[in-house]
Every structure is written in structure tokens, then in C-alpha cells.
Ligand binder design. Sequence first.
Ligand SMILES: [Zn+2]
Length: 157
Amino acid sequence: MYGLYAILYGSVKNGDFGMALEQPVSLGKALWRGLTRTCPNCGKGNLFGRFLKVSPNCPFCGEELFHHRADDFPAYLVVAIVGHLIVPMILIVEANYAPPTWLQLLVWLPITIVSALVLLQPIKGAVVGLQWQLGMHGFEKSRLQRFVLAPARANAS
Ligand SMILES: [Zn+2]
């Protein structure tokens, strides 16, 4: 079994696991680690180098993170979440109190902007964690090591 995967994935050699953890990470744990902006593999290294710039590698365990393709998906999720929270609140306030428009704008615009900015990084982290856990894009090799090669090594020893 190991030989087949070694042939399919070429560069995977016995013992060539870097500092990858031996235990496979569940989807829930990978999402949580992403939400808390930590590396989905170890949960210790910082996932982001800058605000929305994912570090190429985890500074703690060295896991390759540059394979992610989050693209615009985190922004779409943030718009959906913030929109579904803010719009009903605006409608409730308007229906019950009908404040002047300038007051509505003064209150809701900053709340909307701050909410979106606060949510963007954790949501992007969760998307990266999701892609990493599912082995999407360039994360296939890492997933293979976690779910096939590491358990096989543990069983062999
Ligand atoms: Zn890590």
C-alpha cells in the first residue's frame, strides 16, 4: 500500500514527514484552528503573516500553507454573514422607531464595516483550514501523509 502511494506521489519517502503530526486532524479541528488563525496542522503557528496574507509555511511546524486557494470565497461568506445579521436589525429598527436616514447611516455603516473587517481573517483562516483538511489544491500530499502514511507507519511499528 505504501509503495503504491510512494509511486503515485513520487517525493514521499519513508521518514520524509518533516514535523507533520502523526494524528490526523478532524475537519472540525481544522476549521477551528483556521477560525482562531492558527496553523491547521499543529494549531500553534500563526496562519497569517499579515492581515489577509497567509504565511507560506507554518512558523512552528513548517507545514506548507501556500497551496491555499481561498480567493474571494472568504469575502462572499463575510458578506452573507454580515448581511444576514445587519439587514434584519436595520429593518427592525426602521419598523419600530423610524429614525432619520442620517442616524441610520451613522450607526449601521461603522457596525457593518467593523463587523466585516473583524470576520474576514477568521473566515479566511477557516477556508484555508477546510482546504487543507480536505486535501484540496496542493494540500493532497499533506493529507496523504496524515491519513494514509502516518497511520500505516504507526501500525507497522
Ligand atoms: Zn503548524
